[in-house]
Design a protein around this ligand. Structure first.
Ligand SMILES: [Zn+2]
Length: 181
């Protein structure tokens, strides 16, 4: 259930049979989230919210709800761009250097630019659409090299450097950007 609140914007209400009291937290998207007992009505949820307003304001690192909609929109646009670009760019580099991966997944985690799983799925963060192309390519080549080396051993870095001789600079420059929105 989602309730609209004039101060906190969209509030996510999770009903849980095992919860006894009401618990407030922050969702991954920065929204206010509350866990309530299973039979809580919308009316009751709003009452809990009202009586905890001060407590929430003081204790929870919420994002400004007026920015929420803008951020959601931005994320959607970025996802669209990423879908039309990243899987093809990955395929391009994989073909060029003879890598075989299983699947390309797009992610929007806040902490990592990409990953490569042992079942050969490569995940690329849609936030890559916001960084300069050489850095984007570096992340792709980095994840492709993980298909052969599932670690950051010297052999791994040697392989990365074969395809991106400037990888050290790219890795350093990438630190000035954040994958989250
Ligand atoms: Zn890595």
């Amino acid at each position: 259930m989602i309730i609209q609140d004039s101060e906190f914007g969209e509030v996510i209400v999770r009903k849980n049979a095992w919860v006894r009291g009401v618990k407030f937290s922050v969702s991954t998207s920065g929204r206010l989230q509350m866990s309530v007992p299973k039979y809580t009505s919308e009316f009751m949820a709003k009452r809990y919210l009202k009586s905890n307003r001060d407590n929430i304001r003081q204790n929870l690192p919420l994002k400004d709800p007026s920015n929420q909609r803008a951020r959601d929109y931005q994320k959607k646009q970025l996802m669209k761009k990423a879908r039309d670009y990243l899987p093809y760019r990955l395929e391009y580099w994989a073909k060029r250097y003879g890598y075989k991966y299983e699947k390309c997944r797009l992610s929007h985690a806040n902490t990592r630019w990409g990953s490569c799983s042992s079942n050969r799925t490569i995940s690329l963060n849609i936030g890559l659409m916001k960084v300069p192309e050489p850095l984007r390519d570096y992340v792709i080549l980095h994840e492709l090299a993980h298909l052969n080396h599932m670690d950051h051993s010297p052999a791994f870095w040697r392989e990365v450097s074969l395809h991106d001789p400037n990888y050290k600079t790219h890795e350093r420059r990438l630190k000035h950007f954040s994958p989250g929105l």
